[in-house]
Design a protein around this ligand. Sequence first.
Ligand code: NAD
Length: 419
Amino acid sequence: MLMTKSTGNAYDVALENFDTAADAMGLDKDTREMIKYPERILMVTVPVRMDDGQIHRFEGYRVQHSQVRGPAKGGIRFHPQVTLDEVKALATWMTWKCAVVNIPFGGAKGGITCDPKHMSKGELERMTRRYTSAILPLIGPEQDIPAPDVYTNSQTMAWIMDTYSMTKGYPIPGVVTGKPISLGGSLGRNEATGRGVFYTIQCACEHLKIPLKGATVAVQGFGNAGSITAQLLHEAGAKVIAVSDSTGCIYNRNGLNIPELIHMKTLVGHVEGFPESEPLEPADLLALNCDILVPAALENTVHAENAATVRARIVAEAANGPLTPAADRILEAKGIFVIPDILCNAGGVTVSYFEWVQDEQHLFWEAQDIYDRLERVMKTAFRDVLKIHLDRNVSMRIAANILGIGRVAEAVQIRGIYP
Ligand code: NAD
């Protein structure tokens, strides 16, 4: 079992990142008080009849960090380590992320503390439906729109959409994004996060004058975000030399055949044992001599004790919060270029926004249209963040936070306080 070394509470990290950026931009105290903390927090009990006939009680959360710029938006995570603080951190990052890519949403996140890998499909469906009914007062297409996150997928979203619609009495596809296409999902949503990560890596390589063709890549976490990023990098001629998931890590210094690896992972559920690869200690993946490191698993995987071993030239945060602030400082001192999560993985929420717009208009776009719009949004956001990074001589993370927090601050100052 691969362990994630957590050297801190994700919410503390989110607050520290906020304060650092707010200090750098000279944000006044009143505005800080209004935008820093979650607007609403709901904790729910989710009783589920398990397949053995017994009732098991799960704990669930939905946190709305901000609705200043629009309805709250954010994924739902099913994982044994889900805590309220983790959900608060993820909701906070969603607010700044939506603002960085300039889409009219605030931030939210949800989660259930559970181990979906050891639950049947029936148990997952019953848990999802009961959780949906418990958070029903908060969600809706104009209020708060969930989406997939770790260990949830389009099937989970279909159950949420159905439960919500049955309660209201008519179909409401806009209540969630990341749905199956047959229920009003968007083309390109499934691969949107990885595609967005890929566009930002393209921009970073261009900025640093690193040719993407032949560049070496290591990817930690081979789920939705990590596998699609790996596939697009592979197609662009980069060599993905190492990949890990929660069960193990594989390595081939000549490059792994990513389409075949994705095929195998779909069939058997893990990457270990892939032909033409050798096993690697998961911790060693971070320390590989490569051009691009893509942490695409969970929070705090790069921390004070292992950051000094990182040798990549670019770290692209496909995951949310994979670097602790201490790791950030170490990588900065080493001159490593970090593409921060709220910029790097914003492709997912951007295409979620496109999905929501299509649902609201009942008019659906072609895949190429979505890719083109996504590329424009991601590359504009990268350019905006890079400009702040260069003009103000701050890290890319602080620059992204300055951009995101600045847009939310402007909106709240114009709206004022009710009543
Ligand atoms: P996923 O469930 O599809 O995949 C997670 C992957 O990480 C799995 O392959 C799992 O085996 C692996 N993993 C778990 N613990 C690990 C560990 N300690 N070391 C190595 N691998 C490990 O989830 P996802 O949707 O790809 O999400 C991954 C990250 O990307 C999360 O931080 C998530 O918040 C972020 N993210 C996802 C999206 C999206 O649209 N899916 C959008 C933005 C950000």
